[in-house]
Design a protein around this ligand. Structure first.
Ligand code: ADP
Ligand code: MG
Ligand code: ZN
Length: 487
């Protein structure tokens, strides 16, 4: 049998991602219909977004502002002149028979997104960002009539999108995952998009090719569509890499085509041969003038941007001294990063704040339906608890229970500790009394310990903690036990 892993290792995958992000505007891009997800089908439509004859598009200023924020957040150069074009094709979800997009002159070019690599960062280049309108949505299932026909919902028609295209810089499915997580965090921080892949506000197509390691020329690529979660993007890429390597190894050639990801079957299937740009008969949109943005507009967009996740990650590592991994997790969401930072500052113990947020707060947040801002344990409340531990009032172990109770009752840590008498026992004589009792009752274990099995100490610690309901100060217990047993 041939060693598949060894064969796979002789090839280098090359991946480029095209991401469509819906912009969080109040209205659609060329008309006043609301840009809102989840309403009754065909309730947000007008002659413009339905493409009725005689209607004319008017570009939304807010859409351009948000697209510029995305461009700046990904370190792109904004072109002061960009041009809308018609991309012509027929599909039932496209009432005009063309999509207004940008083609030869996109809004922004040549930026990058940083992904975590080792202890630092690696740049994935962004080739271009252009503005376009979304199409409608075909409804194939879930209706009484779904067996014999499909419906069309035009609420999404004309919703503003940006398309963000990377250079073929990505080398593994993990890097694709990192890129999407970083890009999504960036767009959400910048308040450009809500970044929800399941609801379709972020959509990703993956271009995948493989080449023999060391070869300079790129292999023939396929483009995979229908990727509705970051996890599925990574799975689809893995599958596609294996498929291409197997094909080449068996003497075949990769065909440039568009493939569809089938998440249930865990594989990609051929959809159509890859269309070429000339198939779309692009031409400049005659109903819209060139888009001109002046430097002042760009500057005001730049000034309005918040600190971005990669910068924040860097600052968390340097300023709070927390590990790169922790900083990455904490900065994925702006809300979590704000929460951590408040607790880190107030408690003066960033490492403890980071541990509590990374484990307990994030775990609770997963079970809870509320947003972090509405949760019962505020950064201030967490700080109070961290201080109780640091001051030796409660042990770290007891603190876990206190945290649970804070979350379920909303009460402050101090009150829970007081009502439930959880205060740590740091009184040496009280602990010594317990130790004396246990040592007296277990001569056998004492003998084991004295015969050199020092690990038996753990057994004694366990007994003392049990007798004191976990309230004895562990450091003190260890110290006093040694004294009692060794002496
Ligand atoms: P199109 O407009 O036909 O989709 P582009 O040239 O704009 O093609 O490229 C689209 C995406 O495909 C980009 O993200 C690019 O990095 C990526 N790409 C181009 N060539 C390859 C290749 N050989 N292997 C993998 N990805 C590629
Ligand atoms: Mg493409
Ligand atoms: Zn409309």
């Amino acid at each position: 049998m041939r060693d598949w892993k060894a064969i796979r290792a002789r090839y280098e995958p090359v991946i480029g991602l095209e991401v469509h992000a819906q912009l969080k505007t109040a209205t659609k891009i060329f008309c006043a219909c609301p840009n809102r997800f989840g309403d009754e089908p065909n309730t947000h439509v007008c002659p413009v977004c339905l493409g009725l004859p005689g209607s004319l598009p008017v570009l939304s200023r807010q859409a351009v502002s948000l697209a510029m924020r995305a461009a700046l957040a990904t370190h792109c150069t904004i072109q002061t002149t960009s041009i809308f074009a018609r991309k012509n094709y027929f599909y039932p979800d496209l009432p005009k028979g063309y999509q207004i997009s940008q083609y030869e002159r996109p809004l922004a070019t040549e930026g990058y997104v940083e992904i975590p690599a080792n202890e630092g960062f690696r740049r994935i280049r962004v080739q271009r960002i252009h503005i376009e309108e979304d199409a409608g949505k075909l409804l194939h299932e879930g209706f009484a009539w779904s067996n014999d026909k499909s419906g069309i919902d035009f609420n999404r028609t004309g919703v503003p999108l940006i398309e963000i295209v990377t250079a073929p810089d990505i080398r593994t499915s993990e890097e694709a995952h990192e890129y999407l997580a970083a890009l999504r965090a960036t767009l959400v921080y910048a308040e450009v998009s809500d970044g929800n892949m399941e609801e379709g506000s972020l959509r990703c197509d993956a271009n995948v090719s493989v080449r023999r390691s060391g070869e300079a020329a790129l292999g023939t690529r396929t483009e995979i569509k229908n990727l509705n979660s970051i996890r599925n993007v990574a799975r689809a890429i893995e599958h596609e890499i294996s498929r291409q390597v197997a094909l080449i190894e068996s003497g075949g050639d990769v065909v440039q085509e568009t493939r569809l990801w089938n998440a249930d079957r865990g594989e990609t299937v051929s959809m159509r041969s890859k269309e070429e740009a000339h198939d779309y008969r692009y031409f400049p949109e005659p109903d819209l003038p060139p888009l001109l943005v002046d430097p002042e507009w760009i500057e005001s967009a730049r000034r309005s941007l918040p600190e971005l996740p990669s910068d924040r990650r860097r600052r968390f590592i340097e300023h709070y001294g927390i590990p790169a991994y922790d900083a990455g997790v904490l900065t994925l969401s702006r809300e979590v990063a704000d929460y951590f930072e408040e607790a880190a500052r107030a408690s003066g113990n960033p490492k403890a704040a980071s541990n509590w947020v990374m484990t307990d707060v994030l775990r609770k947040l997963k079970e809870d339906t509320r947003p972090l801002s509405a949760c019962p344990v505020s950064p201030g409340r967490l700080t109070e608890m961290i201080c109780l531990i640091d001051d030796g009032v409660i042990s770290g172990k007891i603190a876990k229970d206190v945290f649970e109770k804070m979350w379920s009752t909303g009460a402050p840590a101090g009150m829970i500790v007081e009502c439930e008498e959880l205060t740590q026992v740091t009184d040496a004589s009280a602990i010594e009394a317990v130790i004396a009792e246990i040592v007296g009752a277990h001569a056998d274990q004492v003998a084991v310990y004295r015969n050199g099995k020092k690990a038996a100490l753990g057994w004694f610690v366990g007994q003392v903690m049990r007798k004191t309901q976990g309230k004895a100060n562990p450091r003190l217990v260890n110290e006093l036990l040694r004294k009692a047993l060794d002496g």
